[in-house]
Design a protein around this ligand. Sequence first.
Ligand SMILES: Nc1ncnc2c1ncn2[C@@H]1O[C@H](COP(=O)(O)OP(=O)(O)OP(=O)(O)O)[C@@H](O)[C@H]1O
Length: 251
Amino acid sequence: MLEVKNLHARIGDKEILKGINLTINDGEVHAIMGPNGSGKSTLSAVLVGNPAYEVTEGEAWYNGKNLLEMKPEDRAHEGLFLSFQYPVEIPGVSMTNFMRAAINEKRKYHGQEPLNASEFMKLMREKRKVVELDSKLAHRSVNEGFSGGEKKRNEIFQMAMLEPTLSILDETDSGLDVDAMRIVAEGVNKLSNEKTSTIVITHYDRLLEMIRPQFVHVLYKGRIVKTAGPELAKEIQERGFDWIKQEADGE
Ligand SMILES: Nc1ncnc2c1ncn2[C@@H]1O[C@H](COP(=O)(O)OP(=O)(O)OP(=O)(O)O)[C@@H](O)[C@H]1O
């Protein structure tokens, strides 16, 4: 699904990613943890093609394609999805129109006919049920005046609609309460299958208890310095990051 090799990236003259190596196979769920400022959000931004970051070295292959050479919108059309730490509000654009444009752009990219109004509404209804999104929210402007939890549910709804193959959920510091965490976790669990993969960026062991990743990575100073199973998240919760920092700095 995804193979990242020796990825280096910077913003301005500050190097943030300093050689990331990460392999994600179909059907796997990976968690990325790490102290504040270690580069977690930067990694997700670079993978989806945020132009603010410059890749200076390394490679990223996504289902056999050179991810770094693809335009950001094509990465999305190819099935990459990023859920933001802080979802944006788009006043005046209804969720329905927003999703219809997104779905039909993706269909066009794959040489498919656009969905007509009734096909689209049927899909909306189906997916709303999966993530238990209130129909009133679906008819309002994108995220406008939504509570934090409603924005999260809405993002998971967008994910359900777009059927990504690789989802990156950046939940670091997003201040999720227990209910919002459950929404994210249930959404990920319901939408996961053997052909999709997920990267969850989080500080919360609670979220990982619900999502159960097979791999937990620790990012520190722009590198993945430790990889283990879900027990690592528990250990970090109990012991913090200092011991991992010491191990990494001592090398
Ligand atoms: N636009 C920017 N301009 C300057 N520095 C930036 C910019 N974006 C990120 N950085 C810096 O890059 C480093 C890594 O930031 P990043 O947001 O990737 O960390 P993070 O691991 O996601 O942190 P957190 O856990 O606090 O969300 C930080 O030192 C940050 O200040």
